[in-house]
Design a protein around this ligand. Structure first.
Ligand code: HEM
Length: 510
């Protein structure tokens, strides 16, 4: 009796806030333990302190992922190790096993399910991609094989986008927020291929898709900072969540009538079908995929998959060049020669920019979009690897792609070399293998295998064209006294400060 009074009397004096936090932490610990019991392996953890509960390390991962992954990679080189995340423990597999897993069918090992989990897809509309792989089928079968046919449309849109994005630049240095500039350029050039003319020139569409991408990304990052059990409650308090909804509605309001109108026009004899992602999806859709709203959502979600990734990758290349200005001349010389030989942008011109291709790959090696790659979720049946390792259903596997591409034993001479792959590709055995858009076990920043990024060949051409036009028209440098922004991480995602400013001026050709 005395004990009871003591406890309840003590609690009486505790503030409700402390009580809520206390109960919350217990709830986190218990639910995580239960969930981990079913989905974890017995492998050791990277970055875990001896005294530390995993649920706490999971919260620490949000800011400390880079050190924790590094710790695991160094300690357990060539072995399996786990990483604690707020949503689940994930299993980092040695890169040797990627070959065994890369062609598994989705019913056994799902890349999209892992991607949706990573992106907290139920709050960003990304989960529409779970319904079917219409977008991937179309990107792989219509866009990539016909990429050369779109060079001239992309060049045209780039011209338009540059004039819109940098209207007041003169031959005097002025400051620009380079991520914002690049993002509108990427969004416009992509829109030319995603929705075609005239919608790609509709600023409301462009800004709805950009704002949607931004709001969804902020929501993802904030939710990833929280234990999964709190997310459904907290999400409704996030302005970015409501903004995501708002911009999806605005975007859908623009796209829905276009889909309807295209369907009506297709009935008319002699109608020439537009050649863009939206039309390919309309034509290719089967059953539920043909639902108009579903198509509009997919169209928007393609922006989520492509705009930030392409923009940040392009920004990294520009930052690298500003840090090592000798590359400006090397790349400009190649750009001038290739464009002169081809008399402007021809079908295959982007593929001839081999030094630039190399710099894109080197830049991605050093500053990839994520510290981890090849995320896959084991489906209902366990998977047994050749060493006897059993991956139970629900296991989230991935590779330490950043550590791998910075490992001296795998890629010797780690110092930044923008021409690294240009030189390596001199050997015919490496020529195709080491192009920017190709993936292998040392370069998994576009993923790897049958589910590698289906937009990577487009991204490669788009980045080359944007950088070429920017470099030939403008000079860039860091604001006085500032250098390259350091790469920061939120969970496994890596990025440079998007508010970084660069100085830009029109080039006067010598
Ligand atoms: C430099 C730019 C880009 C980077 C770094 C990037 C990176 C990635 C990565 C790492 C994945 C996961 C692959 C895997 O799990 O093996 C992925 C998936 C995906 N990417 Fe990209 N991506 C880029 C540009 C694009 C573009 C331009 C598009 C669209 C045209 C696109 C569309 C997609 C889609 C739809 C998926 C999910 C595929 C699926 O449903 O399985 N990406 N991307």
């Amino acid at each position: 009796m005395l004990g009871d009074n003591f406890v309840w009397g003590g609690l009486h004096n505790v503030s409700p806030l402390v009580l809520v936090v206390f109960v919350g932490l217990i709830a986190v610990a218990v639910t995580k333990k239960l969930f981990d019991f079913f989905t974890s392996t017995s492998d050791p953890f990277g970055g875990l302190k001896p005294w530390e509960p995993k649920w706490f390390a999971g919260m620490r991962f949000w800011l400390g992922a880079r050190d924790m992954i590094h710790d695991g990679y160094e300690k357990y080189k060539g072995k399996y190790f786990q990483l604690p995340r707020n949503d689940r423990n994930i299993l980092v597999i040695p890169r040797e096993y990627v070959d065994e897993l890369r062609n598994y069918p989705t019913e056994r090992l799902s890349s999209i399910q892992a991607l949706i989990n990573n992106m907290v897809g139920q709050y960003s509309y990304m989960d529409v991609l779970l319904e079917s792989n219409l977008h991937t089928r179309v990107l792989q079968s219509k866009l990539t094989p016909n990429l050369a046919n779109f060079t001239s449309a992309m060049a045209d849109e780039l011209n338009y986008a540059l004039a819109k994005a940098l209207p007041n630049v003169t031959d005097q240095w002025s400051e620009v927020e380079i991520y914002e500039v690049l993002r509108t350029i990427v969004a416009r050039v992509s829109a030319r291929i995603f929705v075609g003319l005239p919608t790609c020139r509709n600023d409301e569409w462009i800004f709805s898709s950009i704002r949607y991408t931004e709001a969804a990304t902020i929501t993802t990052m904030l939710l990833r900072g929280l234990p999964a059990i709190f997310r459904p409650f907290v999400v409704r308090a996030l302005p970015s969540y409501w903004n995501t909804k708002k911009w999806v509605k605005r975007g859908a309001d623009i796209i829905l009538p276009i889909i309807d109108q295209r369907r009506v026009s297709a009935e008319k004899p002699g109608y020439e079908r537009p050649s863009d992602l939206l039309q390919w999806m309309i034509d290719e859709a089967k059953g539920k995929e043909s639902d108009t709203y579903n198509l509009a959502l997919r169209e928007l979600v393609m922006n989520l998959a492509s705009v930030h990734t392409t923009t940040m990758s392009t920004a990294h290349v520009l930052f690298d060049m500003c840090q090592m200005p000798e590359y400006f001349n090397i790349m400009r010389d190649e750009m001038r020669i290739v464009l002169a030989e081809d008399n402007g942008w021809q079908r295959l011109t982007p593929t001839k920019l081999r030094k630039l291709d190399s710099m894109l790959k080197e830049s991605q090696r050093v500053s990839p979009p994520s510290l981890l790659g090849f995320h896959r979720l084991v489906q209902n049946q366990p998977i047994t690897l050749s060493d006897g390792k059993v991956l139970p259903p629900g296991t989230h596997v991935c590779t330490a792609s950043y550590e791998i591409s910075r490992d001296e034993d795998i890629l010797p001479n780690q110092e930044y070399d923008g021409l690294r792959y240009y030189k390596l590709r001199d050997d015919p055995a490496n020529d195709k293998r080491l192009a920017f858009a190709q993936t292998d076990k040392a370069h998994m920043h576009f993923g790897h295998g049958r589910h590698a990024c289906p937009g990577r060949f487009f991204a490669s051409n788009e980045m080359k064209m944007i950088l070429t036009e920017l470099l030939l028209r403008y000079d860039f440098k860091f604001v006085d006294g500032q250098g390259r922004p350091t790469n920061i991480n939120a969970d496994e995602f890596l990025y440079a400060d998007p508010s970084t400013k660069l100085l830009v001026k029109k080039r006067v050709e010598e």
